[in-house]
Design a protein around this ligand. Structure first.
Ligand code: 5AD
Ligand code: SF4
Length: 448
């Protein structure tokens, strides 16, 4: 007989969701659950959902459909659904998936243990999608499992920007920043678990501190974290172009642990589209920020998000996105076909773009990006890169894998002894999604 109950968590969506799932795992472990990689043998299944685009929601419905069969075969199985879709739909989810036991929102993750106990006790369905002013799960410290050297740290919740296409402000609530001391405390705890790199998470990290009214801001936070012993690298996502200050740009030049990479979603190169998207910057403003970033830090790698086929996007508007891509030559980008989201401002726009046009534009953006990514990677051939080794390579156990400071994946021959080390690697071959190289020297030798 099994002594511990087993949980299985299925996560959809962004890094914020991945980190929320890590926090759920921490709560479940504290309740005596252990993890299983096999949903068929789990006593508890949690589906952490995403509603950013329609496709993400369809995937969730499909997995919930599969779990209906599991529940029929084993009525004792408990199934809970959390995340953005749960937040938005609440009890309505029961109509489509009556086999669910409980539904919790983006602000009620901390109630997970309580909800599970109540379902076990009373065997009745539960929903808690309340919004709380102070998001209590935000500070649950979830040290990464399996000796990972990199860890997410949530610095703020929610978003006040209301971009017209985006559902996030409705499902994650208003922006709320954590205090600097609280974040630094969490990072100090993480270093004691071997963490060397932190990835700071927020929907718009550039506006960090605005809700605190105590002078705290993002550059100040970075400076504090830069001073934490044991932390070697600092990354952050996501930055909003309208709030990218000169102070933050300077951090890339002066704070040694801040890695030379910024994810700066542009969404479109057309001012008409940007206005309709409620982005509050123009293509010219964006290009100006890129110039400043490259002046302050010539090696910086810049990635972006692009939406094609936003309502009313003419061929001319689309061409402006291509023009902007040609000017910036992003190191990488995520591109999406516009997808209508219920409750958003853009839902009301009637001049929708046909699916075939969206598909065609997406292909054009992706093809162009592929060229720039390949060219950017190729330019690194022969260079020696500072790599933080994250683990064994997925493709070969004779190789280890890590990242450059500019966020490119590098594989090279090496063993487990290198995991967690910062080493220097000469780049020999370059591909679209990764680079390959050879170890030059370990950092400590390099510094002698
Ligand atoms: N349709 C398509 N893409 C979207 N994104 C957000 N909402 C939508 C939508 N309704 C994209 C944006 C954002 C990224 C996280 O997802 O590009 O930056
Ligand atoms: Fe969505 Fe805009 Fe907020 Fe990003 S900044 S989460 S795109 S509303």
């Amino acid at each position: 007989m099994r002594s511990k109950k087993q949980y299985y968590i299925r996560t959809f969506g962004c890094q914020m969701n991945v980190h929320d799932s890590e926090q759920m795992e921490e709560l479940l472990r504290n309740e005596g659950f252990c993890s299983t990689g096999d949903d068929k043998s789990a006593d508890l299944i949690i589906v952490n959902t995403c509603s950013i685009r329609e496709k993400a929601e369809q995937k969730v419905y499909s997995i919930l459909g599969r779990y209906r069969g599991l529940k029929q075969a084993r009525p004792d199985l408990i199934i809970g659904v959390g995340g953005c879709m749960a937040q938005q739909q609440g009890t309505d989810l029961f109509a489509r998936a009556p086999h669910l036991d409980f539904i919790f929102g983006t602000h009620t993750i901390h109630r997970l243990p309580e909800m599970i106990k109540e379902v076990e006790r009373n065997r009745r369905r539960l929903v808690d999608t309340c919004f709380h002013d102070s998001v209590q799960s935000i500070g649950i410290v979830a040290p990464p499992r399996g000796g990972s050297v990199s860890s997410f740290v949530t610095i703020m919740q929610g978003c006040n920007n209301f971009c017209s296409f985006c559902v996030v402000p409705y499902v994650r609530g208003r922006e709320e920043s954590r205090e600097i001391y609280d974040i630094v405390n969490e990072i100090e705890v993480l270093t004691r678990h071997g963490v060397k790199e932190v990835i700071l998470l927020g929907q718009n990290v550039n506006s960090y501190g605005n809700t605190l009214n105590n002078g705290a801001n993002f550059p100040l936070l970075l400076k504090e974290i830069n001073g934490v012993d044991g932390i070697e690298r600092i990354r952050f996502i996501t930055s909003h172009p309208k709030d990218l200050s000169d102070g933050l740009i300077e951090c890339f030049a002066v704070l040694d642990k801040v890695c030379e990479h910024i994810h700066l979603p542009v969404q479109s190169g057309s001012d008409t589209m940007l206005r309709r998207m409620n982005r509050r910057y123009t293509a010219g403003d964006y290009l100006g920020k890129v110039e400043k970033l490259r002046e302050a830090c010539p090696r910086i790698s810049i990635s972006t998000d692009i939406i094609v086929g936003f309502p009313g996007e003419s061929e001319e508007d689309f061409q402006k996105t291509i023009d902007l891509m040609e000017k910036v030559r992003f190191d990488s980008s995520f591109s999406f076909k516009y997808s209508v989201r219920p409750g958003t401002m853009a839902e009301r726009y009637e001049d929708r773009i046909p699916e075939s046009v969206k598909q065609d534009r997406l292909m054009k953006v992706q093809k162009l990006q592929e060229r720039y990514t390949l060219e950017g990677n190729e330019s690194l051939k022969g260079s020696v890169e500072d790599i933080l080794v994250e683990g064994l390579s997925k493709n070969s156990s004779a190789d280890v894998t890590g990242r450059t400071r500019t966020n490119r994946i590098v594989n090279f021959p090496g063993g487990t002894g290198l995991i967690g080390e910062r080493v220097y690697v000469r780049i020999q071959n370059t591909y679209i999604h990764s680079l390959r190289g050879e170890l030059v020297e370990k950092e400590r030798n390099w510094q002698c």
